[in-house]
Design a protein around this ligand. Sequence first.
Ligand code: GLN
Length: 284
Amino acid sequence: MSADLTIAQALRQAQQAGLDRVDAHLLLGHLLQRERSWLIAHDDALLTETQQQHWNGLVRRRLDGEPVAYLLGEREFHGLTLQVSPAVLVPRPDTEVLVDWALECLHACGAATPRVIDLGTGSGAIALALRHRWPAAELTALDASAEALAMAQANAQCLRLPVRFLLSDWWQAVDSETFDLAVSNPPYIAGDDPHLPALRHEPRQALTPEGDGLDALRTLVRDAAPHLRPGAWLLFEHGWDQAEAVRRLLTAAGFVEVQSRQDLAGLDRCTGGRWPGPAGSAQR
Ligand code: GLN
């Protein structure tokens, strides 16, 4: 028989064991299906024995490094609540910078129903945020993982946001189709990056293409041209130290207006360029 445990004691014990205070409230709120304010107002309420067991399990998993988003089964991204599982990367706040930049491109694009593609969509975060904020856009989202696509599809259904999902190794499944805007948050961490072990609960193939971390970006740039309409932007998220390399890749491939944007920490985190169209066509 486990001893009586109040909400206040459960939260205190978890923090003493090393759990972050906000995480502790989020996880216990999730377990009890209550808001944080309820936990605070009822912190002398007792947990049942089953609840205590679940709580101990959640605390243990969090202390072992499992992302809170997986334990909760969801994560906020750009104003949407997305379901997440270990089949998909947890959407990061920094990726909202890429979404905001893409929305600026859509503003400037002028097409009534712009065709937009998200390559390596994972949970669907970027594609769904864009479709949410730009309902006139026609969204296509690709991923090489069927499990990730199932998650993205479930999110689209839940949020009632129509997006076309395709199983595809980067550009492969879109053959001869062309787009007004292409965005991607590909795996970009180097295979020997010392931070990878801390991310071990997330799908490795979504984090790293192995090697120097640039292979997915190289493939995406190399095969982009036939899929981009004249004037289309190609935007990437990448590692904190990869902006110059990505700018070079885009410039060498013939992109113009190549530039980078900073993340919330002030690091160049996104880089993009504009496709001028086939050689000889008017450049803007
Ligand atoms: N930004 C993530 C991280 O460094 C990785 C995302 C990615 O590889 N696309 O944790």
